[in-house]
Design a protein around this ligand. Structure first.
Ligand SMILES: [Zn+2]
Length: 188
């Protein structure tokens, strides 16, 4: 019965409004792997490759199936975590990484600073960009850090791709948080 509905026809019924929802995929070890579409999560469950750990109150219905929208699913067998490329740079995720605070003075950040200025070869990388307030940004100008009074509060780093994906998502479900490693600051 499961295989009879586990195909594309499943999502062609009354599910379209819920397809933009997202599900957190965990390994059998509870390690978070990625954020996947509800459609993919449901297909994993129907194929008996994953179990639902948490679901919302919304229900997906078709002629032969009724299932709550999964918020977290866990694989039933171990998969080797895929090699992760670096997360592409995202402005919003950078502010989240730096907790929305200026990395020089600790005040609220409202712009981004190149630690090594562009004029001196600085690039747009996670390691060379920090959240910054406008007064610090203006005072540092295009000077080398060692020629200023400024010191970085933390060494800038490239966050985990999954942490970036979470930071980019609106309304991260509360139930995800206990599974997410070193989450970026999600709120201001
Ligand atoms: Zn500042």
């Amino acid at each position: 019965m499961v295989s009879a509905v586990a195909g594309n026809s499943v999502v062609d019924m009354t599910w379209r409004s819920l397809l933009s929802e997202r599900t957190l995929l965990l390994n059998v070890t509870f390690q978070p792997l990625s954020i996947i579409s509800v459609r993919r999560a449901v297909l994993l469950v129907l194929a008996e490759k994953a179990e639902i750990l948490n679901c919302s109150d919304e229900v997906l219905r078709s002629e032969s199936l009724e299932i709550k929208v999964p918020s977290i699913v866990r694989l039933k067998s171990y998969v080797r975590a895929p090699f992760r490329n670096r997360a592409p740079f995202h402005r919003k995720a950078l502010f989240a990484r730096d907790f929305y605070t200026c990395q020089y003075c600790g005040e609220r950040a409202d712009c981004i600073d190149h630690v090594l200025p562009v004029s001196k070869g600085g690039r747009n990388t996670w390691e060379n960009l920090v959240a910054c307030c406008r007064p610090c940004n203006a005072a540092k100008a295009d000077l080398l850090l060692e020629n200023t009074r400024f010191k970085l509060r933390r060494v800038p780093y490239a966050p985990e791709p999954l942490a970036v994906a979470v930071a980019m998502k609106e309304d991260v479900p509360l139930e995800w948080e206990c599974y997410l490693p070193a989450p970026l600051a999600l709120t201001v």
